[in-house]
Ligand binder design. Structure first.
Ligand code: NAD
Length: 513
């Protein structure tokens, strides 16, 4: 028996049919793994970890660059799979692959210098040498979404592998072929069987992975699923990082370069048909430039084309549920005072939604508060940048954002409560591998990418080594009255108001050294 990838459910013994959102074509049939299969995969990966984790950083770097080479070798095939399975344009798919290669390279090159053991000051215990070292966790369970089926999981996998871990990867049931080819390339390039494995199926397979004996879970998906994954992981107290949804605001100040703002915001809203966690999901524009900004947006959006052909700017909605969500948000907005200046409800005919721009949208409507995840740009007029910041921050989400101004852009960026902000641009932080990627609130916690992202995939070990005993300051019992006197004297000397902060000198005086 088979069930299609456009439905949800569970499934022992059943097969996962992968169908293209472009035309319904059956692309492949894959297994639906059981919880036992998942547990066995984790066990096999643990053996692979023993080999991979024992390699030097240089050796791992060489293997990861071989992995990169294999991905490049199969570039056209990868782009084709992502295009047909997800429905995005080939150009979008190729951009995704470029970002993956960028992250893989950065992670491979950065791991050794970031994760080498480092000394820290021993403070009061000046007779100690103190060191922090980093060790891979072991096996990381990665659960991915369908909207960026390459870039999103590889934002975790690249850093997890570079830090010395093995990976068991559960891609979305909608895009398992993209996951499969990522794993095939790793297996072809790195001669350690089971270092990166694939498990396929629906949410219950992800749940089994979160409940398994993996050492950490890196989950990317929606906030409601994130809650469930966290509950599963809690059973074994497995640490978890959550990359969830967003409602990215773009703030346009009165002094913004309006051409730049309009060009960037249109891209931020319509890239990948708006199906991005860091999409520009709402624009908040100061009243003095509102009309001029809207005119520039309309001019740019009118020329956008959706479709499956090579000239399309963006592709299909990956699933029917998304089409319905877009219809619901646009309908509610139009019934509550918003006006469509490009497109409208007629634009929503099937999987290919023509671009929609809504103006005069009240900030309380769904299209301004909930993740729409479609090719819709709602624009609201605000009296000031301060009001824009207040509306931007009045959200359960806090993932990506952007601000457009010619003065004090970085200061303004700091005021927006999101994990990441681009100034005079959109989404740029996602393409800069040194920057940590992640959100606050219902957008999740933990980071991927950058140093912070790599540190998510290591255990931190603290080592305090006593080089020589220091009378009265050892971790041993002494004569209690004497200890009390000595500690009181130390407290006064160190923290009793004197400006002395050279702990070593104070200790030397106290012990007569
Ligand atoms: P989703 O939450 O429906 O599914 C994500 C993954 O979780 C899938 O592989 C699914 O099979 C699995 N899953 C479902 N139920 C599960 C359970 N109970 N236990 C474990 N795994 C389970 O999300 P989606 O629709 O695939 O992706 C779209 C969402 O992802 C949007 O909200 C988007 O904003 C978000 N997203 C976030 C980021 C980010 O980096 N923050 C990136 C891309 C997408």
């Amino acid at each position: 028996m088979t069930i299609t990838s456009q439905t949800s459910g569970s499934s022992k013994g059943q097969k996962l049919e992968v169908r293209s959102p472009l035309n319904g074509e059956l692309l492949a049939t894959l297994p639906i793994h059981t919880a036992d299969d998942v547990n066995a995969a984790v066990q096999r990966s643990r053996r692979a970890f023993e080999v991979w984790g024992a390699l030097s950083y240089k050796e791992r770097r060489t293997h990861l660059l071989d992995y990169r080479r294999e991905l490049v070798r199969r570039m056209d095939e990868i782009v084709d799979i992502v295009h047909r399975e997800n429905g995005k344009t080939r150009a979008d798919a190729a951009q995704e692959l470029l970002l993956v290669l960028n992250h893989l390279t950065h992670a491979a090159n950065r791991a050794e210098s970031l994760l080498k053991s480092r000394s820290v000051s021993s403070g009061l215990l000046a007779n100690y040498r103190s060191r922090v070292s980093y060790h891979p966790f072991g096996v990381i369970g990665v659960i991915g979404p369908w909207n960026y089926p390459l870039h999103t999981p590889m934002g975790s996998i690249s850093y997890a592998l570079a830090a010395g871990n093995a990976v068991v990867f559960k891609p979305s049931e909608l895009t398992p072929l993209s996951g499969k080819i990522l794993v095939e390339c790793a297996q072809a390039a790195i001669p350690i069987p089971d270092l990166m494995q694939l498990v396929t199926g629906y949410g219950d397979v992800g749940a089994a992975l979160a409940r398994s004996k993996v050492d950490k879970i890196a989950f990317t998906g929606s906030a409601p699923t994130g809650r469930k994954v966290m509950a599963e992981a809690a059973q074994n107290l497995t640490p978890i990082l959550l990359e969830l949804g967003g409602k990215g605001p773009a703030i346009v100040a009165a002094d913004a370069d309006l051409d730049r703002a309009a060009t960037s915001i249109v891209f931020g809203s319509f890239m990948n048909a708006g199906q991005a966690c860091i999409s520009t999901e709402r624009a908040l524009v100061v009243d003095t430039v509102y009309d001029a900004f809207v005119a520039k947006v309309v001019e740019r959006v009118r020329v956008l084309k959706t479709g499956a052909d090579e000239h399309a700017h963006y592709g299909a909605m990956t699933l029917d549920r998304q089409v319905e969500r877009v219809r619901e948000h646009v309908t509610e907005a139009l019934e509550n005072g918003a006006r469509a200046v490009v497109g409208g409800l007629d634009s929503i005919k099937g999987r290919f939604i023509e671009p929609i721009v809504l103006v005069d949208v009240s900030p309380k409507l769904k299209v301004m508060c909930e993740e729409t995840f479609g090719p819709v740009l709602p624009i609201a007029k605000v009296a000031s940048v301060e009001e824009a910041v207040r509306i931007a921050n009045d959200s359960n989400f806090g993932l990506g954002s952007s601000v457009f101004t010619k003065s004090g852009g970085e200061k303004l960026a700091e005021q927006v409560h999101t994990g990441m902000t681009s100034v005079n641009a959109v989404a740029a932080y996602a393409a800069i591998p040194g920057l940590p990627f992640g959100g606050i609130g219902e957008s999740g916690f933990g980071r991927i990418h950058g140093d912070e992202g790599m540190l998510e995939f290591v255990r931190v070990k603290a080592i305090a080594y006593e080089r020589f005993p220091l009378p009265g300051f050892g971790m041993a019992f002494g004569d209690p009255p004497k200890v009390l006197a000595q500690v009181r004297q130390t407290i006064k000397a160190l923290y009793g108001g004197s400006a002395i902060d050279d702990v070593t000198n104070v200790l030397r005086k106290l012990v007569g050294g």
